[in-house]
Ligand binder design. Sequence first.
Ligand SMILES: Cc1cc2nc3c(=O)[nH]c(=O)nc-3n(C[C@H](O)[C@H](O)[C@H](O)COP(=O)(O)O)c2cc1C
Length: 206
Amino acid sequence: MFFVPMRHKDAGLSHNPLKAIVSPRPIGWIASKGADGSFNLAPYSFFNAISEDPAMVMFSVQSDSEAHIKDSLRNVEETGEFVVNIVSQGQFEAMNISSGTYAYGENEFSLAGLDMVPSQTVAVPRAGGVPAALECTHFQTISLPRNASGGGYILVIGTVTGIYVDDGVVEDGMIKYDKFIPISRLGYRDYGRSTDIFQATRPGQN
Ligand SMILES: Cc1cc2nc3c(=O)[nH]c(=O)nc-3n(C[C@H](O)[C@H](O)[C@H](O)COP(=O)(O)O)c2cc1C
């Protein structure tokens, strides 16, 4: 089959498959702080690391209209910092709770029963219990094109200024997936667990 984006029904597909096609996607569980001192936590699966040195990440925020702005984006624009929390099995329920639509200023750390653990390089805390977290400063915001209904996505790029790793997921100087089991977002209502890991070398590598 073939179809142009958003015309999946013409091809007999009941649901837009884009996120199932581009899967798995890591979940960036974004902590942020507003100018009023409020804290926010929300998951974003249009998220990835985009550069290793300097270390940089991005997440992409959906908006229904030019006037609509999600709390995470508002906070990053206001205070210039955020923390990416990494979600493993133990954080799944809390991550899901934090994805609800709550009034601006409502603290999803509290709603999800999570501690706020101070970061070292930014004033935004990480979530207690996560296997890893990336402390970030805001680098750039890029508004992607709007669709015919006025909706669209806004890309937030950040520079990683500090990296927290739970010592319990490290062995022989490397992060062990079986101690950490990253959760990823697939399409539809599906999620994945990285449990079936294999190694390979590139041509010319020892
Ligand atoms: C696993 C998961 C991934 C999500 N990914 C995104 C995303 O990439 N972009 C987005 O705008 N919303 C995404 N959402 C929805 C937001 O988490 C939700 O709109 C949340 O209320 C935004 O919170 P905020 O306004 O506090 O930033 C996702 C939700 C879940 C559960």
